[in-house]
Design a binder for this molecule. Structure first.
Ligand SMILES: C[S@@+](CC[C@H](N)C(=O)[O-])C[C@H]1O[C@@H](n2cnc3c(N)ncnc32)[C@H](O)[C@@H]1O
Length: 202
């Protein structure tokens, strides 16, 4: 499902979700505080809209399941000359990377879209170093009980549109043994959640 729908979205993704979600991406990249030489994984990199936010002396690997989204990211990488970036078509729930490789991981608006989020979190942990840091940006919905109920009812439609399931990300992160260090609601109407976690070693 994500492959088909994101193949379609790849043509207009940046125009629709570019500016709208960019303040959150910028805040996440500031919080990441990437250092020279660090190994960064972006899960569900899409059209590579975050590429300009990464420093050029870090090693960045972006994965996505959609060939068409990766194609767009590849064009950006070429055009902007990001020689430090590698892009792979990979299912985030079954990565081919070796254990203990990455220093930092970001999943920007992807964890609720990925069909197997729990397995993906386990994979993210496997490919990261022991003291790695993890960053999640995620549509969290309106922080109001009544509207939230209405939103939850619309969840199957959001899902069909490839906009992700309404899930309790904090609960999911806890169940996968991610220790939450920081969380904040950001963007317009505080609809987006920015969460920073670290490996708790389990
Ligand atoms: C909403 S887009 C987010 C793109 C970008 N990270 C951003 O900040 O806008 C979600 C991306 O997750 C990708 N995706 C969905 N399922 C995936 C999976 N199993 N493995 C890797 N990427 C996946 C989609 O193809 C899509 O490009």
């Amino acid at each position: 499902m994500p492959k088909k729908i994101y193949s379609l979205y790849s043509h207009f993704y940046d125009s629709v979700f570019g500016t709208l979600l960019h303040p959150g991406r910028r805040m996440a990249s500031e919080l990441m505080d990437i250092q020279p030489g660090e190994k960064i994984l972006e899960v569900g990199i899409g059209t590579g809209i975050s590429l300009p936010l990464y420093r050029r002396d870090a090693e960045v690997i972006g994965i996505d399941i959609s060939r068409d989204m990766i194609k767009q990211a590849g064009e950006k990488k070429q055009r902007l000359g990001y020689h430090n970036v590698k892009l792979c078509i990979t299912d985030a729930s079954e990565m081919a990377f070796k254990n203990n490789y990455f220093d930092k991981v970001i999943a920007s608006h992807s964890i609720t879209v990925i069909p197997k989020p729990f397995e993906t979190l386990k994979e993210i942990k496997r490919v990261c170093k022991e003291n790695a840091e993890f960053f999640f940006l995620n549509y969290a919905g309106i922080d109001d009980n009544l509207v939230a109920k209405f939103e939850k009812a619309l969840s199957p439609i959001r899902c069909r549109l490839g906009l992700g399931k309404t899930i309790d990300l904090e609960k999911l992160l806890n169940s996968a043994n991610f220790h939450i260090d920081f969380k904040n609601r950001i963007n317009i109407f505080k609809l987006v959640q920015l969460i920073k976690c670290r490996n708790n070693g389990v």
